[in-house]
Design a protein around this ligand. Sequence first.
Ligand SMILES: [Zn+2]
Ligand SMILES: [Zn+2]
Length: 333
Amino acid sequence: MVLIQDDKGLYCPAGDFYIDPWRPVARAIITHAHGDHARPGCTSYLCAEAGKLPLALRVGSHIQTVQYGEQLSMGGAKISLHPAGHVLGSAQIRVEVGGEVWVVSGDYKRETDPTCDPFEVVRCHTFITESTFGLPIYRWSPAEAVMQNIYSWWQTNAEAGKPSLLFSYVMGKTQRIMASLAVFDNCSDSLYAHGALQQMNQAYRESHVFLPDAPNPLTMPANHDFSSALIFAPPSAQGTPWMQRFKNSVTGRASGWMRVRGRRRRLALDRGFILSDHADWPGLLRTISDTGAERVVASHGSAQILTRYLQERGLDTDVMTTSPWDESEDVQE
Ligand SMILES: [Zn+2]
Ligand SMILES: [Zn+2]
């Protein structure tokens, strides 16, 4: 076996390393800096060069990097990292042992995203795929259309003199929307970002991703007029006293989960935008087919449903259990 699962996560015996381990280990290769994949406490970390600064915010120092496509040898294993298109620096991990090739996708998407390199198809024998949105109901609209909707919603609110509060995940989703809105009018002097987003926005800028200016609204004078502003905030800020500063505000959230009927209303949001950094159902199937893999291991979300579908089409499949933290929707947007 090229990779096996033990109580710390996904382990490569030939190379003596873990991929996205759940517990502290000596050597960890990290697909990306989201909390369900990158955990502090390991002795050493390896990630794609583009993901170094976001990962450092999560785990501190001890981070080595490689360029996408660069090959390394660890013991009897050859390793390379390839773009996953999920968030800045996200990588699929290709592991080759004795001519057998496995690819661990991490989280990925096939849609365009101005903040990261596009997904690269890597041929393999075994493909370990995420399946967060592995149900046929999940089909995303083109990202350009969703960004246009977010922009129109904001402009309509601004014309009515109402601040727009948009809740989106701290790493990835927020910066993707900010970078995508930069092409529209009125984006200078109207965007703000909650204090909890500032460090990550800075890490993106230092990684050469262009983001429009978005100061912390709490640094503005007390009588500042936010009536035409678009204010980004993490989901955890919803319903907190922080919101009281923005009188008559309208709330929205951008997440793949907005596809689920009733979710927006239950979260007491005025508007939901279906925008995910994960592959939708057609994206998962297309990617699995593109890799040429004869064996597919699914993890996250609807793994059972995806693998049953693939089995019926003649593929060898397996389901990988994920750590207890992985099913939290806050990190699976
Ligand atoms: Zn992720
Ligand atoms: Zn994930």
